[in-house]
Design a protein around this ligand. Sequence first.
Ligand code: LRH
Ligand code: MN
Length: 388
Amino acid sequence: MTTLPPATLQQLELQAIELPSWAFGNSGTRFKVFTTPGTPRDPYEKIADAAQVNLFTGLAPSVALHIPWDKVDSYDELRTHAEGLGVTLGTINSNTFQDDDYKFGALTHEDAGIRRKAIDHHLECIDIMDSTGSRDLKIWLADGSNYPGQADLRGRQERLHESLQEIYARLGENQRLALEYKFFEPAFYHTDVPDWGTSYVQVVALGKKAMVCLDTGHHAPGTNIEFIVMQLLRLGKLGSFDFNSRFYADDDLIVGAADPFQLFRIIFEVIRGGGFNNPDVAFMLDQCHNVEKKIPGQVRSVLNVQEMTARSLLVDHDALRTAQLSGDVLAANAVLMDAFYSDVRPALAEWRESRGLAADPMAAFAASGYQEKIEADRIGGLQAGWGA
Ligand code: LRH
Ligand code: MN
């Protein structure tokens, strides 16, 4: 059995993965959004479900909110509710992708009135951060176009910069913004923040409180994502991850499900670049459980990240450097593959038990009866989802 050295366990003990509130609501595709018995009806129930993931894994101490999906009368009350369940409120996600006014863009729009509305939404999000105690404002923009000639690409970049400057100026001392890029969808010809380079040049122009957010589902097929991770860490501008996995496009599937080796390679570069357990680099999930049960889906997700982290921490860096420096290609590759093929699951299960957690959190949650209870209790009311 692979054993995990004490130093590795100490590092794993500090690992924290933020959960997306929207993963607990209904989600789907343009074809169908399926409802599920027990789905939360409001942010309070979403946070209660997220707290279950932390209860069984000890890995998920905070929950990201999405505005207006998680709008409430009192964020102080929501914060107290969360802290009462042993979690905190994390990243605040803005939303300028579901309003008719933003059909031709939001922060990049030609019309100053529309940009004003979009900027004000972000200023409202920062007001919310003041109540929730959140550090990060995450900005993902659907802004783009569908046909060549439809939009003035250069003008939009200038307007994006001006809009972001006003949002940046409102950030408090300990607050940050993270600009998330995505190479396409919903726009199908150009996207105004399509890649890490565009996000980087826009955030560098703002200042030290502006960072890049890397969503693992937002790259063209075949992209070497771990290379981008290395570069953004090298530049000191990797602010956060949206972890998920995909077979084709922005599938938002369980992280590590589609390509566990890619997750291993990404986390290896995070560790190599000083981004692991580094407060500057937030680990968040951004997923949708369209057909599988949502709480077990999130439990599985954080365990996948933990397992690939444990394997990445097993890489023998001295042997790797020796092989790299001697140009022994196969030996160098073998060092990484040995770590990747190390089955750390029995050692992690044993370690969890030593910390008073269940050896198998998936089985423990299933046996807890929580799922049956919410399915029985949450009758009536509008199930939460991307619309509501
Ligand atoms: C866009 C995105 C973004 C969120 C949304 C839920 O595809 O990744 O991070 O706002 O999903
Ligand atoms: Mn995302």
